[in-house]
Design a protein around this ligand. Structure first.
Ligand code: ATP
Ligand code: MG
Length: 569
């Protein structure tokens, strides 16, 4: 971790349940007091913010307890996995600030060892080759209330199973014709223990092992044994694997190998989005978004492009903590963590999203003044810059009303306002297009005694506006984002598919924006606060001289309001 947060998992003085287990294990010298975790993604898509929680937890525990964390690709399904995904996963974990050093592993590296383990179980009479089809296995599995039926092949001799298993490996049988199954208990109350399939036949090339294999291990068989091979002490996974733990333990016990311990925690769910690689892939493939890194996506690459910082994501993951019960986290908390971070770090600049021309009639034509502007009042070390001021400027259309309602503390006819870092100006005349009645420009006068935006006499003005100098401003495109879905939980709707709840207004493109000239130097990924408007990040779509900005988040912090209300109660 690159910062020095108190990443202890302590809230109100007590440890979360995972750290409680780990500290007990350290105290009792279990595994010689070693802590070794792993992050085990399947390379079948890009990582999302849910994975970030798992990454922060696994790598965070290793850092906190002087242990190690491996990156292990769970690449046991050759038909869905791709190198592109492996590369993106590595990029994302690194970007989040974590380092697996030389411990980059692949379940496929263990195929030979897993095969030998399987042979050992067959020899012990604890696994058998089954000739039932996948459908037949499903039909004989039973239900939660009814026991399953033993496979007619269950009692075939170890010798026969060994021979068939070897021939499965050699490619003698077609896909789906046989499986290797553990011999446990078809009447078990836990369906995972009803002679689960360990291997299936699949004549498919694997991105790493090529054509070496035509049998592939199932998740439950590959995962725990991979943990054990790597000497993982605490194998942390999400709650849906709780019912798989007896099987995880059964394999380890029967093989008499290093006893990794599986611990389950509740997965992260965020409102107004979906968090499954499979569904995110659908959004990409069916064109609902522009790609995995579309700034509306909850993928790490999407939120990175949107302008999120790794620090804010780590902070968020710390704050939500780990729990044993599933819950939905409000996305406003994630946004709050981001604002806290950017408030301190982002340079504050001026940009006009809906330009309205203002002519300062008493300001000399052709004159340009360079005005000092503070980059971030929260941090003096960020320094100052100079911005040009001239006779013609642009302000935002929203900052002027010809007929201002009550509480409209901005510019209106006859009113005086402050231009940030500039002068006080007063509006004297509103110029309109004769045909349409649309306001085309405002004529104002300025007070030369208020340079920098301050008046000696301390008189009050209606408000402070951002602006840019017409002759110096840079054309820019700004992309505004809203939630990708219109409902909090698109997967929990009585009608239709989750894609029926996609927000048609999740992207708004403003192509006639103007930003201050200092932004000509901005690089993709740079983040700014546009005064009064929010945080924005330079998009890679920017071209020379015409930057494109993504609005990362607005300035309105609803989480801070929620917290304040809670404190008042
Ligand atoms: P998805 O359904 O999005 O594909 P997954 O669990 O199948 O998720 P994996 O690549 O297998 O994806 O996940 C790698 C690790 O990340 C696993 O340990 C998994 O438990 C964890 N993980 C996945 N989603 C979440 C989530 N929403 N919150 C916390 N951890 C998660
Ligand atoms: Mg998975």
């Amino acid at each position: 971790m690159k910062d020095n947060r108190d990443n202890t998992g302590r809230e109100g003085g007590s440890l979360d349940f995972i750290r409680t287990i780990i500290e007990e294990d350290i105290r009792s010298h279990k595994n010689d007091g070693r802590v070794h975790t792993r992050f085990p993604p399947e390379p079948n898509g890009y990582l999302h913010i849910g994975h970030a929680k798992s990454i922060c937890l696994n790598f965070g525990l290793a850092l906190q307890y002087n242990g190690l964390c491996n990156l292990r690709f769970d690449d046991t399904n050759p038909t869905k996995e791709e190198q592109e995904y492996i590369d993106s996963i590595k990029r994302d974990v690194r970007w989040l600030g974590f380092d697996w050093e030389d411990r980059e592993y692949y379940a496929s590296d263990y195929f030979e060892q897993l095969y030998e383990y399987a042979v050992k179980l067959i020899q012990k009479g604890k696994a058998f080759v089954c000739d039932l089809t996948a459908d037949e296995i499903r039909e004989t599995r039973g239900t939660l209330t009814e026991p399953g039926k033993d496979s007619p092949y269950r009692d075939r001799s170890s010798e026969e199973s060994l021979d068939l298993f070897e021939r499965m490996r050699k490619g003698e049988f077609p896909d789906g014709s046989r499986t290797l199954r553990a011999k446990i208990d078809m009447a078990s109350g836990n369906l995972n223990l009803r002679d689960p399939v360990m291997y299936r036949i699949l004549h498919a090339a694997h991105p790493r092992t090529g054509d070496a294999w035509c049998i592939y291990p199932m998740y439950d068989w590959a995962h725990g044994q991979s943990d054990s091979i790597e000497g993982i002490t605490h194998s942390i996974c999400t709650l849906e694997f709780e019912d798989h733990r007896p099987l995880y333990d059964w394999f380890i016990r029967e093989l008499e190998i290093f006893p990794s311990r599986q611990i389950e925690f509740a997965r992260l769910n965020l409102n107004y989005t979906v968090m499954s690689k499979r569904r995110l892939l659908q959004l990409v493939n069916e064109g609902f978004v522009h790609g995995w890194d579309d700034p509306r996506m909850p993928s790490i690459s999407g939120i990175r492009r949107r302008g999120y910082t790794p620090e804010s994501i780590r902070d968020f993951c710390d704050r939500i903590g780990v729990a044993k019960r599933d819950s939905m986290v409000d996305i406003v908390l994630l946004e709050h963590c981001l604002r806290e971070d950017l408030n301190r770090r982002a340079q504050r600049v001026m940009a006009v999203l809906h330009p309205l021309k203002v002519i300062i009639t008493d300001y000399p034509e052709g004159k340009v003044e360079m005005l000092d502007a503070v980059n971030n009042p929260e941090d003096e070390s960020m320094g100052t810059r100079q911005i040009p001021f001239s006779r013609e400027i642009f302000i935002d259309q929203d900052d002027f009303r010809e007929d201002p309602p009550k509480k409209f503390f901005r510019l209106a006819p006859g009113r005086e306002v402050r231009l940030k870092h500039g002068y006080y100006i007063t509006c004297n005349e509103v110029i309109k297009d004769e045909a349409t009645g649309e306001i085309t420009e405002l004529h104002c006068t300025y007070d030369p005694e208020t340079r920098g935006g301050w008046s000696e006499d301390g008189r009050r003005v209606m408000g402070t506006l951002h602006w840019v100098s017409a002759a110096h401003a840079l054309d820019a495109e700004v992309r505004l984002y809203d939630h990708l879905f219109t409902v909090e939980n698109p997967l929990d709707q009585t009608e239709g598919d989750f894609k029926d709840y996609i927000n048609p207004d999740s992207l708004e493109i403003l192509s006639d924006c103007l930003v201050e000239p200092s932004l000509a130097k901005a690089e993709p990924g740079d983040r700014f606060q546009f005064l009064r408007q929010g945080y924005f990040c330079v998009d890679p779509d920017s071209t020379d001289g015409r930057p494109v900005f993504n609005r990362t988040v607005t300035l309105r912090d609803t989480w801070a309001k929620i917290e304040k209300k809670l404190q008042q109660k």
